[in-house]
Design a protein around this ligand. Structure first.
Ligand code: BDR
Ligand code: CA
Length: 305
């Protein structure tokens, strides 16, 4: 059982990752959801997660984190996720509000009591970097950070970088240099474990959770369809699938360095295999990944009717 905090910027794929976590209550004890400015503003991504909670009748506490990267300004990226940060579903007004406690203070509160926390990080690493700066003891108390971010060959935001790392490279550097055990799911393994566009048809029904996923895909797939692809990555799902079944993944150990600057290189993750506390996921079994995802949504369709 993973005692976990989810750090995210929903984001279509953040929500698909969250749903898969929720389906596996035997595996994840979710202490809270922290939000951070990333794909869109902190206000918008926080609202998105609260709306999903309202739609499903959940009450997992939500804690707001950083409004901007450590050093850079941070620019919302409506191309991938739309103006709301999660275009597609029409969701109810959330009654639940974010907690008064900030994400950073929530991490501190948890880590004062727990020393086996697994953080699932699906967004820029700003919250975690602030935590490490303000509360260095966190280094020895976090069991592992499993994150979506980075790229080995080519980027999705500039020539070499992946968005989450590019958006706040200074934060990523602090987190990667912290000595904490990190598992990184870069772009390549996310593409390898992606969903075929035709497979998304299975969600086209009136079941509550399938309908949410179908509405998410109605916008999220446009990026792939516009480029003539038959498949899309559900990026943030991959770290969750790794925690659910590590045997599905080929990985390498070593050390990841973060490049801070350069038009082509800001946020580049340079991986050197060998000694080090970083595990990089390299490849996976796509069909097995999708089976876990599909089964998770089926489970939730039975739970939330
Ligand atoms: C990452 O960027 C975000 O927009 C996605 O949610 C994912 O975390 C992919 O580069
Ligand atoms: Ca994300």
């Amino acid at each position: 059982m993973y005692k976990t905090i989810i750090d995210c910027d929903p984001g279509h794929d953040d929500i698909m990752a969250l749903l898969t976590i929720l389906a596996h209550e035997e595996c994840f004890n979710v202490l809270g959801i922290c939000t951070v400015a990333g794909n869109n503003t902190l206000e918008k991504v926080t609202r998105n997660v609260l709306q999903v909670e309202e739609y499903l009748g959940l009450n997992i506490p939500v804690y707001k984190g950083a409004v901007k990267p450590l050093v850079l300004d941070g620019v919302p990226q409506p191309a991938g996720h739309g103006e709301s940060g999660m275009d597609g579903p029409i969701l109810p007004q959330p009654e639940m509000k974010a907690q008064d406690l900030s994400a950073i203070d929530f991490y501190k509160e948890v880590l004062r009591k727990e020393d086996d926390l697994t953080i699932i990080a699906l967004a820029p690493l700003t919250n975690l970097a602030i935590l490490l700066n303000e509360y260095p003891e966190a280094r020895s108390k976090i069991r592992q950070i499993v994150l979506m971010g980075g790229a080995l060959n080519g980027g999705n935001i500039n020539k070499y970088a992946e968005f989450n790392i590019w958006h706040d490279p200074h934060a990523a550097k602090i987190v990667f240099d912290s000595g904490i055990d990190i598992v990184m799911a870069p772009l390549e393994v996310c593409y390898a474990g992606g969903i075929l566009i035709k497979e998304t048809e299975r969600f086209r029904n009136e079941k509550r959770v399938s309908k949410l996923v179908d509405d998410l895909f109605s916008f999220y797939l446009r990026y792939a369809i516009d480029r003539g692809w038959d498949k899309t990555a559900i990026f943030d799902l991959i770290p969750v699938l790794y925690l659910l079944n590590k045997d599905l993944f080929i990985s390498k150990k070593g050390k990841v360095d973060i490049i801070l600057e350069g038009e082509d290189t800001q946020g580049q993750t340079v991986f050197v295999e060998g000694e080090g506390n970083h595990t990089v996921l390299i490849d996976t079994d796509r069909k097995a990944c999708m089976k876990i995802f599909f089964d998770a949504i089926d489970t939730l369709d039975l739970r939330y009717q």
